[in-house]
Design a protein around this ligand. Sequence first.
Ligand SMILES: [Zn+2]
Length: 247
Amino acid sequence: MLAAIFVVTCGLVIMPSCSNSDNAVKPDTSALDNWQAGRTVTAEAVKAFGGIDKCFAAEPIPDGVWARMQGKTYKENPYIGRDDLRHIRALHWDYDNQMHVGEMIVNVQIADRVAAILRQLFDAKYPIQRMLLPDVYDADDETQMRDNNSSCFCYRAIAGTTKLSKHARGLAVDINTLYNPYYKDRTDGTRFIQPATAEAYCDRSWDFPYKITHDDLCFRLFTDAGFEWGGDWTSCKDFQHFELIEE
Ligand SMILES: [Zn+2]
């Protein structure tokens, strides 16, 4: 009841102040204010938040994000620490033209490059379905790949060694992982596929959403920035995978 908040003073009714702009519905910017990766946002919300430029950044890992990573993507180790990593904020479009909030942890060495690539992919409306930290999936790679998540950093040593994979150092980025699987043909004629649900997408001869090819922008931007594509490997194929070429 609006009338209940009118103040009556000396016979005058004082109306609550009201301008025309207050009548417009204010865009919901909460997904951006709190950087809630996975939520969709509207162009109006991005504008009200401060614009697209404000939505792309590579910065030291915020305390809340660092806390979420502990025991999941980050484990205490002598090789890589918080200062070696950066938190990237990005927006991305999915195949249905919805704009999403995304985030990624990467090595400081590639942070500016990856943020710039994600911005160019966004500007070109290159579809990326999900860009969540793997911590959402308890750092389980198979689960995040089945969900078509795109990510970079996840600490793990290669089994039986102290050698770190490129993901463990935040130097490899996986994009649209369900539709761009990893596979290796075994000598017994069987094929090992990750994620296991991606068998249909190992066949690259047909068209499907999110497919990375030599012709697309994602391939071009990463390879121009000094990364190699796992889709070009011969002993196995890793179509989702772009890793920094190191000297
Ligand atoms: Zn990878």
